[in-house]
Unconditional design. Structure first.
Length: 106
């Protein structure tokens, strides 16, 4: 499955960041069936990779305009009464494009 997402983020300190990313997700049918039954599955059984990019006019978060990142994630069964799935995504900065770049602490 091809994925394309575009969204506007607002930070806790009211700065706006536009985020867009493209990615790929593949979940085998048997794994998806197990997730629907709320069973635990090995995180390595589904494939999710994406390339997020950010745009902001904020000076504080301007460093996001100058990074290239890769995201990796997986689905997990959600234990809440509402059903559905939860997931986790880890985003890695893989390149930087400015002199003296330092990624701020998160």
């Amino acid at each position: 499955m091809d994925i394309e997402v575009r969204l506007m983020l607002e930070t806790d300190d009211k700065h706006q960041i536009y985020m867009h990313w493209k990615g790929l997700r593949h979940v085998p049918k048997d794994v998806l069936d197990r997730l629907h039954r709320n069973e635990t599955v090995d995180p390595g059984t589904d494939y999710f990779r994406a390339t997020p990019y950010f745009e902001t006019s904020s000076e504080k978060y301007g460093w996001l305009n100058r990074i290239c990142a890769i995201a990796s994630g997986s689905l997990a069964a959600k234990r809440a009464k509402t059903g559905g799935f939860s997931g986790g995504v880890i985003c890695y900065v893989i390149a930087r494009f400015c002199e003296g770049f330092r990624m701020p602490a998160v």
